[in-house]
Every structure is written in structure tokens, then in C-alpha cells.
Ligand binder design. Structure first.
Ligand SMILES: Cc1cc2nc3c(=O)[nH]c(=O)nc-3n(C[C@H](O)[C@H](O)[C@H](O)COP(=O)(O)O)c2cc1C
Length: 310
């Protein structure tokens, strides 16, 4: 199985990615949170830092672009190619209202003629190979049958399917019937993404879909960064390693972010996913959430690691 770390805006930037690589070293590809391609000649500092080769040494990183404008995709691709990237991922999955209202992300899935013309233009340029991360529709899952005909016209390096529609956000269950049809209908290689949170989920998926050899995991990996070691080698996450992993991310955020508030904000978002792994975690979750100073945060995290198990 090839394991991909899903792009997660605010969570899987280069600080997290480097720590994950250093501690776990079992991810085949990391995908960057989306870069909004626009007319500007230059990347925003945050976006550039995230994809700079010196910030991603030894890591296979696939930068992701969010746009519905082919010219913007192309000139952003050229800049990424210049940095050394040979594959770019197109975001056709983001369900957020502000993105969808501009017909981007999963909003673009409802504009099928425009999407077809967009893909035609970006694939004609062939600056890098292009993979696509998509939902199965905007309003109805049956939209997927029109979408796959469009996708099949282009040499997509990999079609990464999160089988929900935009309207689901992260609710309901992934539609495995449509995913199964995608495997039959797609002329391009397919990767699965969605709701793999436990070893049991993984085993169920690989039993049902033995032919799928690429799996992208997001929230499950943030919750248990050692999930792939568990799947592949039955190695359970060790509390001390998790503490070291946490400390590395925390120290690196303190080094690069301006102000304690920003550091706390980043760490608190991670804990939303990680805290359920701990026994009897409610009291600690509350303390972490309420921490306004680094010292309060450190005390809350230390007591959690000291007093509870994973
Ligand atoms: C906080 C958050 C941020 C995300 N940011 C991105 C993003 O930048 N690009 C993208 O394609 N998907 C993004 N996603 C979607 C994930 O990549 C993934 O498709 C989704 O979480 C489903 O996979 P999972 O069930 O393994 O988490 C984001 C999801 C979450 C919860």
C-alpha cells in the first residue's frame, strides 16, 4: 500500500510534516495544504515557506493548487516546477462556503463545461504531471458519473477520491458504492480518501477493496500520527515518542511563529484531533483549550502525559 498524508489547511504545514517525517518516516507522499493560484506573480510568504525545498528536505511533497482559472494554474505550476516539483495536485474537494461560492474546490464540480475546458487547457501545457483530489459531486452523488467521463479524457496521474459530496462537508458516510463504480469506470489510477480512523477501518477497507494500492489519510493520521506503523508493522504508538513528537512541533512553532497566541492556536487545533487517544482525557482537554499562556499550556500537556495513557 502507498500511504499519503492528506493536505489539511492549518495542520499539515511544513513544521508538522517535518516532525512527522523525522519520527515516523513511513509516508510515501505528503500533500501541501492548498495554495490559492491567482494573478499575483509571487507566492504569499506563508505559501512559499511551506513549499520551499529547504523546508522539505527528504520529503516527497506534492503541492496542491486551488483555482478554477487555467492561466493562474499554469503560471503557478511554472513557479512550482522552478522550485523542483514534478507533480501538482488540483483541489476539487474543498467544501468550504467561501471557496464553493467562487466555484472553486468542490464548487467547481457543478460547472462541468468550465471544468472540462479548464482541464483541457492545463493538460495541454503539461508543465508537470497533475493529480486530482475530488469529491464525487456538489449536490448529488450521481454527478460523479458525468465527472468521471470528463476526468477520463485527461492523463491524470492519480485520481484521489473522497466519496462525499460538497453538501456533506464531513457528515454522513463516504459513498462506497460510488467509489466502487469509480474503480470500474476510471481510466486513471485511483486513490481512496476518507474516514480511515482505526486499524479496523483500514482492515475493512482493504478487505472490501483489495485492488486499491494508494490510500490517503487525514484526520486519522493527525489523531494517531503512528497509524501507518500500526497498520504496516503492528507497532502501537508509544506515549514517550508521542511526547517527543509533540515537543518537536511545539518548539518549531515557537521558533517560526510570531506571538504566543499563534503558537497556542496551532497546538490547540492539533489537540482537537489527538486528545481522544488518551484515557480519561476530558479534564485535560478543557485545560489545554483554556490555556492562554504558554506556561499554562505546558503544564496541561505535561500533566496529561504524566497521568494518562494512550
Ligand atoms: C481542517 C481541515 C483542513 C483541510 N484542508 C484541506 C486542504 O487544504 N486541501 C484539501 O484538498 N483537503 C483538505 N482537507 C480535506 C482532507 O484532505 C481530507 O480529504 C478529509 O479530511 C477526508 O479525509 P480523512 O477522513 O482521512 O480525514 C481538510 C480537512 C480538514 C478537516
Amino acid at each position: 500500500m502507498n500511504y499519503y498524508f492528506a493536505p489539511m489547511e492549518g495542520l499539515t504545514g511544513y513544521i508538522y510534516r517535518n516532525a512527522h517525517k523525522a519520527f515516523f518516516n513511513n509516508i510515501d507522499k505528503y500533500f501541501s495544504p492548498f495554495i490559492v493560484a491567482n494573478q499575483s506573480e509571487r507566492f504569499k510568504t506563508k505559501e512559499l515557506n511551506d513549499v520551499l525545498p529547504e523546508n522539505n528536505q527528504g520529503i516527497v511533497l506534492i503541492p496542491q493548487i486551488l483555482t478554477n482559472n487555467a492561466k493562474d494554474f499554469i503560471h503557478t505550476s511554472k513557479k512550482l516546477k522552478f522550485l523542483g516539483y514534478n507533480e501538482i495536485n488540483l483541489n476539487l474537494g474543498c467544501p468550504s462556503g467561501t471557496v464553493v461560492s467562487k466555484n472553486r474546490g468542490s464548487g467547481f464540480l457543478a460547472k462541468r463545461e468550465e471544468l472540462d475546458a479548464f482541464l483541457d487547457e492545463i493538460f495541454s501545457e503539461s508543465i508537470t504531471s497533475i493529480s486530482v483530489k475530488t469529491r464525487i459531486g456538489k449536490d448529488r452523488c450521481e454527478e460523479f458519473y458525468d465527472l468521471i467521463e470528463i476526468f477520463n479524457k485527461y492523463p491524470i496521474k492519480e485520481l484521489i477520491i473522497h466519496p462525499r459530496i460538497q453538501k456533506d462537508f464531513y457528515k454522513n458516510k463516504p459513498n462506497m458504492k460510488i467509489f466502487n463504480d469509480a474503480l470500474v469506470l476510471s481510466k486513471n489510477p485511483v486513490c481512496y480518501n476518507g474516514d480511515i480512523f482505526t486499524l479496523k477501518d483500514y482492515k475493512g477497507f482493504s478487505t472490501d477493496f483489495p485492488g486499491v494500492d494508494s490510500l490517503m489519510i487525514g484526520r486519522g493520521l493527525i489523531a494517531n500520527p503512528g497509524m501507518v506503523s500500526l497498520i504496516e508493522s503492528n507497532i502501537k504508538l508509544n506515549k514517550n515518542s508521542l511526547k517527543d513528537f509533540h515537543d518537536k512541533i511545539y518548539e518549531d512553532y515557537k521558533r517560526v511563529l510570531f506571538g504566543d497566541r499563534n503558537v497556542l492556536c496551532k497546538m490547540k487545533e492539533l489537540w482537537l484531533y489527538m486528545i481522544p487517544m488518551f484515557t480519561d482525557n476530558a479534564k485535560y482537554a478543557k485545560k489545554i483549550k483554556k490555556a492562554n499562556r504558554l506556561s499554562d499550556y505546558e503544564e496541561a500537556v505535561s500533566s496529561l502525559f504524566r497521568e494518562q495513557d494512550v
